[in-house]
Design a protein around this ligand. Sequence first.
Ligand code: V47
Length: 621
Amino acid sequence: MNGEIFFRDRTLIPVWNKVQRGERLSLEDGRTMFATPDILSLGKIAYFSQQRRSGDAVYFVLNQKIEPTNICVLSCKFCDFATKAGKPDAYEMTIQEILGKLNDEIHEVHITGGLHPEWEWDYYLDMLRQIRKAYPEIDVKAFTAVELDFFHKKFKISLEEVLIQLKEAGLRTLPGGGAEVFSERVRRLLFNQKIGAKAWLQIHKTAHRLGIPSNDTILYGHIEKLDERLEHMIKLREAQDETGGFLSFVPLAFQPGDTGIKPPNQFTSAIDDLKMIAVSRLMLDNFPHIKAYWVMLTEEVASVALNFGADDMDGTVGGERIAHDAGAISPATLAKEQLVKIISDAGKIAVERDVYYNPLNIHGEHVIGKIPYLNSVPFYAQLEKRKFKILPVTPRRMGVLAQKGQMDAGLFSLMDYLRQKESFDLVPYCIATRDHVKSVMLFSNHGWKDLDGKTIGITDDTATSVQLLNVLLRKKYGVHANLQRMHSGVNDFDQFDAVLLIGDDALRANKFGLTGFELCYDLATEWYEWKNLPFVFAVWAVRKKLQDSLKAELDEIIRLALESSENIPEIVGEVHGKRIGLSTEEAGEYLRCFTYRLGERERMAIETFQSLLLAVEVELT
Ligand code: V47
């Protein structure tokens, strides 16, 4: 997309202008989008917004759905799945039966079910513990806010305690179910025994605070009004501003089955589904991912949705019943090869992921890794004109993919380049700083010397900054701390004496502070004051065996991108800075910290760092 859309409906132009400038859309903008007959232009705007966030990536996970029981104390009108004990279709699964549905191929299990009137609390904890024991590689995404609220009331345990105990037993994330539509009117009519928006959001925010990220859904295409869909999105956007803990938004198209609810056209139309995906992408500007849940949408609509703002296809989804009991016409499961084909046919990179959206394997050719931080934006200005596909990926994960031979080029973390020098050639561009970086920060409650024996939480993203931190601790200050890797997404920082953050998270925390920590150290300043040298955090490198013509093209793209953006950091920073809460001037000032060309001093700095590393390099998985 090169910024040109030929609008049939000109009322969309102000929306397009706002999206290009990175401005937040209003309820009125949402109404304009739902009202437009110009579905293709709407799709292009959403595609642009998705591309800016997730490049050419479309994610999926090898997953299994488990609904341990359909016996439920509630009787929601839209649900064809739930039943009562003693009915012929009622079922209950033992933990052994649940384990029997899993295998070593699967990476995520998604567990939700009826609110069983008799099961004990220990049964749920045991279920998670045994899954973790039998399959430590499987991420557990389990229990909707409705189930969690039920546990809290039935077992008389505080909500926090419910979440803490489940997390200890192996819970990684919460699914987004049970949100339905955040409208009191609809709740009273369709699910009046269930929790409403306030309680649902409170439970998710509590989970985020405890280091459990989550998803959100919306059930649409029944009796809800378009404004109620938009109000749902705005409430979520506000919650995400507060916690940053939502990973994805999942619009669920209503399947009428035998529910007794009769929408005008029975199933939602493909146009309504695509509009819903596009509007969600555009309204939820702070949500990382929008899911095209093929189970409800059908494969065909889900694959078109990849060009309307969606960047996630959920997964293989073995064992789903909620939608199929209500008459969903999609297949019962999709093979991995089929998902990869759908995504590749849409011209995208199929990215097999874990529950936190870390890429595990990628399926695509000529993939370039893009560090998704403000400081690397200047490199990517020309990448629309390219033979390469772009995968936004954190520095450490990029290194892992390169090791597997799945990444052809990228702005690699310095450590990953040094470890894989035999397979990669340097391209003479880098991310280096002179005396401060602002986005590689240690937040602490102790001075450097007092960190001896203390526990420091390390962001999952880093490969190089963690080594710089260790060199500073050991060689500059002579202290030995216990470095502990955190997981992606939100974390509970309270358990650490200090935390190392990098990239936009660090930049944001540098500006607004990080609750619970009084001190804040810039690692580049620490290095510069010690060695009087810049620090090189990342370098461009390209796989040796790539064709020369592609190598030359990459070199040219980077050169042109830098020429077009280097002298105007304010303009580059304007759109991207907003995302982090920086003014245009602050973003410009930040970008001026960096040197993007690998010169003599930068090479010298790398050598100095390497020699210091020799004795103290840490192994952190
Ligand atoms: O909350 C119930 C919905 C949800 C019907 O978090 C129905 O990644 C359509 O939450 N027609 C459960 N929908 C499914 C869910 C989900 C699915 C995929 C991914 C994720 C995620 C979460 O299913 C319920 C309810 O809103 N539902 N009945 C029906 N007749």
